[in-house]
Design a protein around this ligand. Structure first.
Ligand SMILES: Nc1ncnc2c1ncn2[C@@H]1O[C@H](COP(=O)(O)OP(=O)(O)O)[C@@H](O)[C@H]1O
Ligand SMILES: [Mg+2]
Length: 238
């Protein structure tokens, strides 16, 4: 399966946040979306997830045009996303948070329970599955958010800075979890993150934005050597 966007343009009252951006991600692959602050990464994820309408361009899942499809229908069609700011149900347990996300699927109740338990152990939340979400530390909350996204049985997972605010140990655990998701669950991942060492270890391909424009795309090696990328990241550890 393939998630594609073509010539996406987004204007915010006078500011062009995205200018004719096109990319695609396939199941079983991890695509990194990188670029300086304000380059349009979250805006593009919002267009893919349906939280924002683009002024121009289209979004497709295989041959299905989902450009105008509302977010909850996109979830039903296999698109799950996490947000830059954690969104969980604070007063529900870890298990109930994950279970509530699985309600969008057509699985039977028993299948939902089994699948949620599988996801919870896989993401490493088993020991705390009966704890309330508001008692979790930051790293666990971020992983709970990914577990909730996975509970919708997605074909594509859109992750906005999942490692933000994590310490080195927490990012390492996240890296190991995300690394195996594509092949184990037949999912394609589109990930935004500022942690370049995580991105370089995790991603199969990169897409680089600067000021709303694509400045490079391709393998990690080719992107790292690209003069525009070096310029955009000048003075930063890339
Ligand atoms: N809702 C909005 N209204 C107006 N401007 C916005 C809005 N969201 C984002 N922007 C602007 O669009 C640009 C891209 O933002 P964003 O996609 O959040 O960048 P990134 O995620 O790469 O840091 C920035 O200049 C930002 O200030
Ligand atoms: Mg952002």
């Amino acid at each position: 399966m393939k998630l594609t966007c073509n010539n996406i343009t987004v204007d915010f009252s006078g500011l062009r946040a995205l200018n004719k951006v096109s990319l695609s991600v396939e199941t079983k692959e991890i695509l990194g979306l990188i670029g300086p602050n304000g380059s349009g990464k979250t805006t593009l994820l919002n267009v893919l997830g349906g939280q924002l309408k683009s002024n121009e361009g289209s979004v497709k899942k295989d041959n299905l045009d989902i450009t105008t499809m509302p977010p909850r229908l996109r979830v039903k069609n296999g698109l799950a996303r996490s947000f830059q700011i954690v969104r969980t149900f604070e007063s529900l347990s870890v298990f109930d948070n994950v279970k509530s996300a699985s309600l969008t699927t057509s699985k039977s109740n028993v299948e939902k329970n089994n699948y949620c338990n599988e996801i919870i152990s896989y993401i490493g939340l088993n020991k705390i599955k009966n704890e309330l979400a508001n008692t979790l530390n930051y790293g666990d909350r971020r992983r709970l958010e990914i577990a909730r996204a996975m509970a919708t049985s997605p074909d594509f997972l859109l992750l906005d800075e999942p490692a933000a605010g994590m310490n080195d140990n927490e990012s390492e655990i996240l890296l190991n979890t995300l690394n195996v998701i594509p092949k184990k669950f037949n999912v394609g991942i589109l990930i935004i993150d500022h942690d370049m060492s995580l991105i370089m270890k995790l991603c199969h391909r990169l897409h680089v934005l600067e000021s709303g424009e694509t400045i490079a795309e391709g393998s990690i090696d080719s992107v790292k050597k690209h003069p525009d990328v070096i310029k955009a990241y000048l003075g930063k550890d890339f």
